[in-house]
Write a protein of this length. Structure first.
Length: 322
């Protein structure tokens, strides 16, 4: 009872926000950040009443429809680290995304939260993706966000909100078409997925994903160069693409999507990979992957990607289906 009381008191204190966040009306950037932080604390406190809901609000978690107060509200018990949190706030769309390391029971989990507000500032949609069973290698890269993600973009390199949204959406086109020219990724682009570093990987530190021999080469390539080898050819389709949240101040873009992988072929071709003309995919069964991608954009190009994805059965229904 004492522990529960302390959690509630801490959550209440964290929800003390500026007047702009408490008033009923559209949220500005800081208001959105305060609100999603308060929402995360509401999960910890297991108290959905700590935030304001619109009538008929929709809540989805790992593709399942739940009621406010169910799901993560009952399972999340604390912050994994106060240091790892990435916010993407967009007053234009009245949406905000948060990628945060949290504790579920006794285990660290990576949680993605998207909130949509109505014109009064009440939550109309809440969406959670939770990646579980994180390894020590993954957690090594989830202690604090990469410094570049939270840094404001200097005016000379800042892109418009429209350009940010286009670049975020174009990444899915590039993946789907196995052609980096459908988007614009800088040569220094580094991607993390659930903590794993999956592009420009030196293998000199924990957190690398690719261990098979052909992956060793592919994992060292940049985001664009990987696509042009056809290494992602096993992706069948990318559906339910939602790129509606962009923050010109930080150059961050929040994208959500649903990947289908039919795994119909035992091998997929590779182009320009020394010693390997194809990849053996026979060990993989069909699967889907709902995902969140956060893109760091400046100077008209994607420089960092931070992603969360979960594996679900093939042809699972979409969350907030288009």
């Amino acid at each position: 009872m004492i522990k529960r009381t302390i959690v509630l008191l801490l959550a209440g204190a964290a929800l003390a926000t500026p007047a702009s966040a408490r008033e009923h009306g559209p949220c500005d950037r800081q208001c959105l950040i305060d609100l999603v932080n308060g929402y995360a604390n509401a999960l910890i406190a297991d108290d959905p009443d700590l935030v304001r809901w619109a009538s008929g609000a929709l809540v989805m978690e790992n593709l399942s429809s739940i009621q406010p107060g169910d799901g993560a509200f009952g399972s999340i018990t604390g912050d994994g680290t106060d240091a790892y949190a990435v916010h993407v706030a967009d007053p234009v769309s009245q949406q905000v995304g948060l990628l945060k390391l949290m504790i579920e029971g006794d285990a660290p989990v990576l949680v993605g939260i998207r909130l949509q507000l109505d014109e009064s500032g009440a939550i109309t949609e809440a969406e959670h993706l939770i990646a579980r069973n994180l390894s020590e290698g993954q957690l090594a890269n989830l202690q604090a966000p990469r410094a570049q993600l939270s840094q404001p973009v200097p005016e000379a390199y800042a892109d418009s909100r429209g350009r940010l949204l286009w670049l975020g959406y174009s990444y899915y086109d590039a993946l789907d078409g196995n052609n980096s020219r459908y988007s614009n990724m800088a040569d220094d682009c580094v991607r993390h997925e659930n903590g794993f570093q999956t592009a420009r990987n030196s293998f000199s530190r924990p957190g690398q994903m690719f261990t098979d021999s052909e992956f060793a080469y592919l994992g060292g390539l940049g985001c664009a160069a990987q696509m042009d080898t056809l290494m992602w050819d096993y992706i069948d389709t990318i559906e339910n693409r939602r790129v509606e949240i962009a923050d010109p101040e930080t150059g961050l873009v929040w994208g959500m999507s649903h990947f289908h992988h039919d795994m119909a072929e035992d091998t997929t071709p590779l182009i320009g990979v020394p010693w390997f003309a194809s990849r053996d995919m026979s060990r993989f069964n069909p699967f889907d992957m709902p995902a969140i991608h956060i893109y760091k954009v400046w100077g008209g190009a994607i420089h960092e990607i931070e992603a969360l994805g979960i594996v679900v059965p093939y042809q699972s229904p979409h969350s907030f289906a288009d």
